[in-house]
Design a protein around this ligand. Structure first.
Ligand code: C2E
Ligand code: MG
Ligand code: MG
Length: 698
């Protein structure tokens, strides 16, 4: 680094010469100018590190030169040491006003001059560094949107930093009173801020608050505000604009507490609201009612009409629910946590097709009952989804809190009551009782043991033949699932098929049955009954699962069975599928037969019969049971037989138990019968004996 350069400005040559000698002798570099004009030109060319300026010069004097120096941006901060006559304090004052850094009285003590110059240069360095750090601070404060203020407690003088005006639109008042800060605080927050600032002064309690400020145009700015005492007489504070962060937090909060599909609060919200309501109930001695709601047949609608239709249904149900609950308490906004906190009811979606209503501050159990009644009525109205009218009856369970009860206990009680309402056929509500919890527990146990049973090969099939009415020949044999649970005997499909469907176990279960049925068919084919088809029941879920087509072909191939020796029995709900399942179409094209099971109990509409994707129909046993005495059963059975025969379908009657039914069906032209009259379902070994002992058909 080269030595600092001093510009010596004096009209007296001798002074310049002596100054040069003294300064150069101390290792400084020197430039000279004989008057103000020359000095300005010289300085503008290259800025010196310091100017030694005589005030009394002809032409452009020192004052003039100084003021022009200071008006040039590049020379604004160059230190200027002015030379004055000893007895001229007015000139010194004037020079300071114009921006002089320091003064030196004439006559000059040249030996001391370099020390004085060095001193001013060092001071200047410190000032420059300070100015730089101030600038850096301001830059980072601007980025962080922080401004600061200082209050002198003794004088009440409040000073705002420059950024205050820039960030918060705060007018800069040269001597504002201590209140000019509070005026800008949002009216709703003012009392709190004033109170806390008061504590800072009286108890030295550090102040740290989030609150709102009003901007220049009255807009609301959210800030984080900190202040503390500095020494005895000063308070210093920083205010940061956190509007953006707060907005992001709110958005995240909303997302975290809202179910995206229905816009209702979600499970997380419910957990929060429920424990809050329980805590309040504990204090007030009142109760919290929890209503747990499930939409009956929702899974069926979802499976058959598609997820989109399911979504539409959930949204419509959510809107109705919201309206019901809102009517019960007009002030509450159930979608906000604050709303729920204020003590009103809330609706949330718990997942799937399950909704929960929290009704706090219950004094009389009739309150939740009335609400439940209203909800049931509203949700029983048909919906139109994907252009179709559907009904999905609600089942509601109600649980009332007891002192000391926690959220999860209340939830499981409401859930148990909901299952009870569902079990009673849906479209109603039910209060919780102790036996219900027990039943739900049993159901869970059942689900777990079925899972284990499948893994341990406890699920197998029995077989029931179906015979041709005209010839007596065995047309087919139906495989019926049985679960042999150790210590429990044999469980029937009605007990475990619905559990399997709900627990997602129907696909592995179906696969097991299919494989066993095909193996059994291969055995009777080997025994000489190759014409006898094997019928296997398939639920809509299996049909829609990926890999069903491959599963069927695999079972056939493993058993060495031709596709036309297999008949899949499906219920009519399959007809509701938006497009007849692709897997089914492919399988039919490959020769696999399809029968419609339980015909007459489902959604059958004449409209679908025309292009029924089936080879056979099985008239449900409930119609057969009424034959031949019950007029309505007679009418239905004979109409179905006639219509289906004319459409070219094979007609089978199920559940034939009496000779009278048998005769009637034969006379009506039914093709085949299945039922206890012919044979009960039996294990495959027994079936093989049964087949071989049967007299050959006529
Ligand atoms: P389904 O397919 O309609 O089967 C006929 C049911 O009627 C069988 O009951 C059978 O044992 C019973 N049955 C047969 N003849 C008579 C009779 O003369 N009188 C009376 N009262 N009943 C008779 P099961 O075995 O309890 O099966 C019930 C239902 O469970 C079946 O109805 C079928 O829908 C379903 N299921 C059975 N096995 C499976 C399976 O492997 N997969 C699926 N998805 N469902 C199955
Ligand atoms: Mg069947
Ligand atoms: Mg049936």
């Amino acid at each position: 680094m080269s030595a600092p350069e001093v510009l010596v400005v004096d009209d007296d040559r001798l002074t310049r010469l002596l100054a040069r000698e003294a300064l150069e002798g101390a290792g400084l570099r020197v430039r000279e100018a004989g008057d103000g004009q020359e000095a300005l030109e010289n300085a503008q060319e290259t800025a010196p590190d310091l100017v030694l300026l005589d005030l009394n010069m002809p032409h452009v004097d020192g004052f003039e030169a100084l003021s022009r120096l200071r008006s040039s941006a590049s020379l604004l901060h160059v230190p200027v040491l002015v030379l004055t006559a000893r007895d001229d304090p007015d000139s010194v004052q004037r020079a300071y006003d114009l921006g002089a850094t320091d003064f030196l009285a004439k006559p000059i003590h040249f030996q001391l001059l370099p020390h004085r110059v060095r001193y001013v240069l060092r001071a200047q360095e410190a000032i420059t560094a300070l100015r730089e750090s101030g600038r850096r601070l301001e830059r980072s404060q601007r980025m962080a949107r922080v401004a600061d203020w200082e209050l002198d407690i003794r004088t009440g003088r409040l000073r705002f930093s420059r950024l205050f005006g820039e960030i918060f639109g705060q007018e800069l008042d040269p001597s504002p009173g201590p209140n000019s800060l509070l005026v800008r605080v949002h009216p709703d927050d003012r009392a709190r801020v004033e109170f806390e600032l008061g504590l800072l002064r009286t108890e030295q309690k550090p102040f740290s608050e989030d609150h709102r400020l009003l901007g220049r145009d009255g807009e609301v700015i959210e800030v984080h505000h900190e202040a503390k005492l500095v020494g005895r007489s000063q308070i210093s504070g920083t205010v940061q604009d956190i509007s953006a962060r707060k907005a992001a937090e709110r958005r995240v909060g909303q997302l975290a507490f809202t179910d995206a599909l229905t816009g209702l609060p979600n499970r997380a919200f419910l957990a929060e609201h429920l424990s809050y309501a329980l805590a309040r109930a504990e204090r007030s001695g009142r109760q919290v009612a929890l209503l747990c709601l499930d939409l009956d047949r929702f899974k069926r609608i979802n499976d058959t009409l598609g997820h989109h239709a399911g979504d539409e249904l959930l949204q419509a149900a959510a809107a109705r629910l919201r309206a019901c609950v809102r009517r019960s308490d007009a002030v509450v906004r159930p979608t906000s946590l604050e709303g729920a906190r204020s003590g009103g009811p809330s609706v949330s979606r718990f997942g799937g097709e399950e909704f929960l209503v929290v009704l706090p501050d219950v004094e009389d159990p009739r309150e939740p009952a009335l609400l439940a009644e209203r909800i049931v009525a509203a949700l029983l109205e048909p919906y139109v989804v994907s252009g179709r009218e559907v009904v999905s009856a609600p089942s509601l369970g109600i649980a009332l809190s007891e002192p000391g009860m926690d959220s999860s206990a209340l939830l499981s009680q409401a859930d148990a009551a909901m299952y009870e309402a569902k079990g009673r056929g849906g479209g109603g509500f039910c209060f919780h009782s102790q036996e219900m919890t027990e039943r739900v527990r049993q159901r869970l146990l059942l689900e777990n043991s079925l899972r284990r049973g499948l893994a341990e090969d406890q699920v197998g099939c029995v077989f029931q033949p179906c015979v041709d009415l005209a010839t007596g020949a065995v047309r087919s044999v139906e495989a019926l699932a049985r679960w042999t649970q150790p210590g429990h005997g044999t469980r029937m499909p009605a007990e475990f098929i619905p559990v399997a469907e709900e627990a997602g176990l129907i696909v592995p279960l179906g696969e097991r049955v299919l494989a066993e049925a095909c193996r059994a068919a291969a055995r009777w084919a080997e025994a000489g009954f190759a014409d006898v088809v094997v019928s296997v029941n398939v639920s809509a879920r299996q049909l829609q699962a990926d890999g069903f087509h491959a599963q069927v072909l695999g079972a056939l191939a493993n058993a060495g069975l031709a596709p036309d020796r297999l008949e899949l029995e499906l219920t009519e709900s399959v007809l509701l599928l938006p497009e007849p399942a692709l897997a089914l179409q492919r399988l039919r094209a490959e020769g696999v037969r399809v029968a419609l099971d339980d015909f007459g109990t489902g959604f059958s509409s004449l409209r679908y019969l025309k292009d029924l994707p089936a080879d056979a129909v099985k008239i449900d046993q409930s119609f057969v049971a009424g034959l031949p005495g019950d007029g309505a059963s007679v009418a239905i059975a004979s109409a179905v037989i006639q219509l289906m025969s004319q459409l070219g379908l094979d007609v089978v009657a199920e559940g034939v138990e009496t000779e009278a039914q048998h005769r009637f069906l034969r006379d009506q032209g039914c093709d085949s019968v299945q039922g206890y009259l012919v044979a009960r379902p039996m294990p495959v070994e027994q079936l093989l004996v049964w087949l071989s002992e049967r007299p050959s058909p006529a």
